[in-house]
Design a protein around this ligand. Structure first.
Ligand SMILES: CSc1nc2ncnc(N)c2[nH]1
Length: 156
């Protein structure tokens, strides 16, 4: 049993186009300097889906009405009692062109050229499952941003 005092609910959206995926270079704040999916906190009164759509629009000006939740990942950071409950959603149906914002610089990556060395360490474990169309549940225990102490990952 993992005794954490609270959970933060986050979304993480991966948009696909053929054999490419869209990632954003985080320009400031938590995770700055890493390529990541688009997303952030779920506000009170928002559903996961509403939050994911909002963040996608805010962070790169894409609109999608067909986001599907395909993964649930718990990120824990040693020493930090808040557990990040991250809902991973994806779609290949969207409108608009990705636009750079203050938060994120978007870029398309071929799925066989994903910049894992510039991403969160756990991504190389679960992102391939998303690309293969699997549903998954995971738990990652980080120590700082550059070390994974333990992880579990299963397809469901
Ligand atoms: C959307 S916020 C976020 N926190 C994360 N922690 C670890 N790995 C990630 N990919 C993360 N994304």
């Amino acid at each position: 049993v993992r005794s954490t005092t609270s959970r933060k609910v986050l979304t993480l959206v991966i948009i696909r186009k053929g054999s490419d995926i869209l990632l954003g270079m985080k320009k400031r704040g938590f995770g700055a300097g890493k390529w990541n999916g688009f997303g952030g906190k779920v506000e009170p009164g928002e559903t996961i889906l509403e939050a994911a759509k909002r963040e996608l629009q805010e962070e790169c000006h894409l609109r999608s009405d067909s986001l599907r939740e395909v993964g649930l990942i718990e990120f824990e950071f040693k020493g930090d009692p808040v557990l990040e409950e991250t809902h991973v959603l994806t779609s290949d149906v969207f409108e608009g062109e990705p636009k750079e914002t203050e938060e994120m610089r978007p870029q398309w990556f071929s799925i066989d050229n994903i910049p894992y060395h510039q991403m969160w360490l756990g991504d190389k474990y679960w992102l391939p499952l998303l690309i293969q169309g699997e549903q998954f549940k995971g738990y990652f225990l980080f120590e700082g941003e550059e070390k994974i102490l333990n992880y579990e990952l299963k397809t469901s």
